[in-house]
Design a protein around this ligand. Structure first.
Ligand code: AHR
Length: 313
């Protein structure tokens, strides 16, 4: 039995009658912008009354938004949690109001597992592992010093992508992370932190590869490398996560090497889970996992760019 089974109500409700509130993190990356656009489109397809609150990267704004959705008596709440901790009190309030919460794209601490209906996320440890394994294979036994651009401190995806990458390179003593700092998932910070890495690493001469927890930071890092007279994609390998159109443009230009795809369509499966739950009482699995696919320069990056460029990134 699920901890939220007591929250079942209005079985037989129609999808078109549902009002769902979404506490979105903000617009820090191209991927995030696409997730917002795709969520609206998926809501429209299902005739859902969809309300989005932009938290501008602040957990306190997300907490306020959830409280406001509870006060409005919405049928369900979607939450993309900016960080993994600090949700217990507000999620308990939603649970007491019998409003199911669905996590999108990021997790909360396992202790809060009974406070949400389901989570639609990728396996972010796996994403990091795929990136690390790609690098081990590509470095081919040569010594390889890696600099890492981490995502937002405290975000589940940053913690997991770091761990996964470390797992992926664990068996290769030639591949080492020499510097690691947050770039907060933004292009501007990715560039700024990469500039400091380049300075600290002899003008970039001792850097073999850059691993970034998202493509936006990598796009910023590529800019920093080019401005420092370095050649990303050839002299310095790159691997990142998201698969946003701009990274395919960089791959087509030979300035980026690999990315692991994260679908921006987290809301589609989340809407379907809520509709089935509210209309038929169907309990979704606790984790609805989305796919992670590795793309390299061998995957016709220009064609992928063309196929993605109008999708809201
Ligand atoms: O939670 C998903 C991550 O958040 C994306 O990889 C990143 O681009 C975004 O900011």
């Amino acid at each position: 039995a699920s901890a939220v089974s007591g929250a079942l109500f209005s079985v037989g409700a129609q999808a078109a009658e549902l009002t769902i509130g979404f506490s979105q993190i903000g617009s820090e990356s191209g991927w995030r912008a696409a997730e917002t656009t795709v969520s609206k489109a998926e809501a429209k397809k299902r005739n859902i009354n969809f309300k989005i609150a932009d938290a501008q990267q602040k957990q306190e704004n997300q907490i306020k938004a959830i409280r406001s959705f509870v006060a409005q008596g919405v049928d369900a709440i979607f939450l993309a949690p900016v960080v993994a901790t600090g949700w217990d009190a507000v999620l308990k309030e939603a649970q007491e109001a019998k409003i199911p919460v669905v996590l999108l794209d990021r997790d909360i601490d396992p202790a809060g597992k009974n406070l949400y209906l389901t989570a639609v996320t990728s396996d972010s440890v796996h994403e990091g592992k795929v990136a690390g394994q790609w690098l081990v294979k590509t470095a081919g036994g040569k010594p390889c010093n890696v600099v890492e651009l981490q995502g937002t401190v405290g975000a589940s995806v940053a913690t997991n992508r770091k761990k996964g990458f470390e797992d992926g390179i664990a068996g290769a003593s030639n591949v080492k992370i020499v510097r690691s700092q947050t770039g907060d998932f933004t292009r501007a910070k990715g560039k700024e932190v990469m500039e400091s890495f380049i300075k600290a690493e002899g003008g970039g001469k001792t850097i073999c590869a850059v691993y970034a927890h998202n493509d936006d930071m990598m796009v910023g890092a590529i800019q920093a490398m080019k401005e420092a007279g370095l050649k990303p994609g050839t002299e310095i390998l790159t691997v990142s996560i998201d698969a946003v159109p701009d990274i395919f443009k960089a791959m087509a230009a030979g300035e980026a090497n690999a990315t692991v795809e994260l679908t921006p369509n987290m809301a589609g499966p989340a809407f379907d889970a809520v509709i089935a739950y509210k209309t038929k009482g169907t309990m979704p699995p606790k984790w609805i996992q989305t796919e992670s696919k590795l793309y390299t320069q061998a995957d016709n990056p220009m064609a992928v760019y063309e196929s993605k460029k109008d999708l809201g990134y």
